[in-house]
Design a protein around this ligand. Structure first.
Ligand SMILES: [Zn+2]
Length: 583
């Protein structure tokens, strides 16, 4: 059951964001807005701004905030329904906190996973079928209590166990396939279990709903780990394993530890260290990074102590550092992972290790690069320049000073010389205006997509008319595409654009982009032909037509000149163009 739209609108209309925020932090009037010290991150000058006019609150430092619901969800760590219930109380609006703002189709996938998770778990702990898997887990040091609380299960060695179990529950095979629980044979369209003979570790999304699995083989069959495929509810780019459970600890400590392995996280959960999540791969998506940014300003990477782990650390570390986060590395001894560390040294030693040995990411990177350069002078210089470039992203002055000392000593250079080549920081102190996007960093294409998104935001009729045409080929920049989808849902229920209300239809990670678009001014009169031009342009039809004409022209010349080689090359280009833009 969803909370009725009218109820949400009523709560929103009758709750004043300024009052709500003021019950948590001290606000001061500044022009049309109020400002205060951000409740979500540590700061000395206020970056948290509340707009009574737009009924939104937003931090220009850590980007947290949103409308009344989102503010409360964030600050009280509540679900949407819980926040609505709390805001509804003084207004005498009763809301069942079991209801949610999740689409019914997503709820179906979630229920299927809940049902299968229960079955798999029973099989693991209570049957002969699961005995071997259970023994394996116990032998590896996973206590029974953890196996129960995490609902770890076993998918039996039967090709149609889940398929039949879900059919019996009244779900059809196609839905089970869409949910990622069964696979489909594309030749005869038959369905069979995706997970067979594997230990099933359930994965929850950040709201705590079961959306998928990572499944480990125990008989040596490949792949060692098999994940749920991408589905409507299982989107790797938005997921971290264990985020739901770790969230409150992360908030308390203002630190989050990233690990590679799901089993590592589970093993660490048996210790007192709780602010841990696992990435769903070795690369972080934009959505992943935004999610981290909103949770904590300090991120610690704790990947495996092998060369793959080291390379992944460098990749993830660079991404996070450049986003302005404080990045640390917890350096696991050679050829170990966190699980093995605990097995070898025990939980207490591990807790001590976490408390004592966090290294700044650039300290770690300097050591790796120094080691890698050996005695190659050219590489040493290159690496020093790289590190100097990285140092501009370290915002804390004292940390930067200490790193300059550390890095210059690792490379045996004078610290004055190193600090002399650090570029000016790219980031400015935030001010209270709606931030202009960094225009020069936008490509022409992105600017066009941005403009089109804004056009649609301002014109409900156009948006509903063009919704099908606004697909991923037109809006290739993911945040704009996601905003457009959210706007479609918003405008189905609402006549006019109201940013605070529209935020309910979007992932919180998009709040920033939406505020930025809201502040953008465009001319009012838009025509069909203008929009058609944009669509044609962005979908690539016009550009490729132009390119083709160009190639035909060159082909004629090449034929005249009898240049066989060029003719072949141009023909290949034509084929390639046709392949890209199938028309
Ligand atoms: Zn903040």
């Amino acid at each position: 059951m969803r909370i009725p739209e009218e109820t949400i609108a009523k709560i929103k209309d009758e709750t004043d964001i300024t009052e709500l925020v003021a019950s948590y932090i001290k606000l001061e009037r500044r022009g049309r807005n109020y400002v205060g010290l951000c409740p979500f991150h540590d700061e000395k000058t206020p970056s948290f701004s509340v707009s009574p006019e737009k009924q939104i609150a937003h931090c220009f430092g850590c980007k947290k905030g949103g409308n009344v619901f989102q503010f409360l969800m964030e600050i009280e760590n509540m679900s949407f329904a819980e926040a609505a219930a709390k805001l509804g109380e003084p207004l005498n609006i009763k809301i069942d906190t079991q209801t949610s703002n999740i689409a019914e189709s997503d709820m179906t996938f979630i229920r299927m996973h809940e049902y299968m998770t229960g079955l798999y778990h029973q099989l693991l702990v209570n049957t002969n079928e699961g005995e071997k898997a259970l023994q394996y887990l116990l032998d590896r040091g996973f206590p029974m209590e953890l196996i129960r609380s995490e609902q770890i299960g076993y998918a039996p060695d039967m090709p149609k166990f889940a398929t039949n179990a879900l059919l019996e529950q009244g779900y059809n095979e196609e839905t089970a396939y869409q949910a990622g629980l069964v696979s489909r044979n594309e030749e005869n369209f038959s369905y069979y279990d995706r997970f067979v003979g594997r230990i099933m570790i359930p994965i929850k999304n950040h709201q705590g709903h079961l959306v998928g699995y990572t499944a480990r083989s125990i008989d040596g069959s490949e792949p060692k780990y098999l994940n749920t495929p991408e589905t409507e509810t299982f989107k790797k780019r938005e997921l971290f394993f264990n985020l739901h459970d770790a969230r409150k600890h992360v908030r308390k400590l203002d630190n989050i530890i990233l690990m590679e392995g799901h089993l590592d996280v589970l093993k660490v959960k048996t210790t007192k260290v709780k602010h841990i999540v696992a990435t769903m791969g070795t690369e972080l998506s934009q959505e992943n990074v935004s999610l981290l940014e909103r949770l904590s300003s300090n991120v610690t990477i704790m990947f495996d102590g092998d060369s793959a782990g080291r390379n992944a650390t460098l990749k993830v570390g660079d991404t996070l550092l450049k986003r302005g986060l404080n990045v640390y590395v917890q350096k696991i001894p050679d050829k170990m992972d966190p699980d093995e560390y605990i097995e070898t040294f025990g939980a207490e030693k591990f807790e001590q290790f976490i408390a004592d040995e966090q290294q700044h990411y650039l300290h770690f990177k300097a050591e790796v690069l120094r080691h890698e350069a050996k005695e190659n002078d050219m590489k040493l210089t290159q690496h020093l320049n790289t590190l100097a470039g990285d140092l501009q992203f370290v915002r804390d002055h004292l940390t930067a000073e200490r790193l300059i000392v550390t890095i210059s000593s690792i490379f045996g250079v004078d610290k004055q010389a190193l600090s002399g080549i650090i570029p000016e920081p790219v980031r400015q102190e935030p001010d209270y205006r709606i931030p202009e996007p960094v225009r020069e960093q936008m490509t022409l294409r992105q600017k066009k997509e941005r403009y089109l998104t804004k056009l649609m935001m301002a014109n409900r009729e156009f948006l509903l008319e063009y919704r099908d045409a606004l697909d991923e080929n037109v809006l290739t920049y993911r945040p704009y595409y996601d905003i457009m989808r959210g706007l479609c849902a918003y405008f189905e229920a609402h006549g006019e654009f109201d940013i605070s209300m529209a935020l309910n239809y979007l992932d919180p990670a998009l709040t920033d982009t939406l505020i930025e678009l809201d502040g953008m001014s465009i001319h009012e009169d838009v025509s069909h032909s203008e929009i058609n031009d944009y669509l044609e342009d962005l979908s690539g039809i016009r550009n490729s037509e132009y390119e083709k004409q160009e190639i035909y022209r060159k082909l004629e010349v090449a034929e005249r000149d009898n240049d066989m080689e060029l003719q072949i090359k141009l023909t290949q280009q034509l084929i390639e163009l046709n392949r890209i833009h199938k028309m």
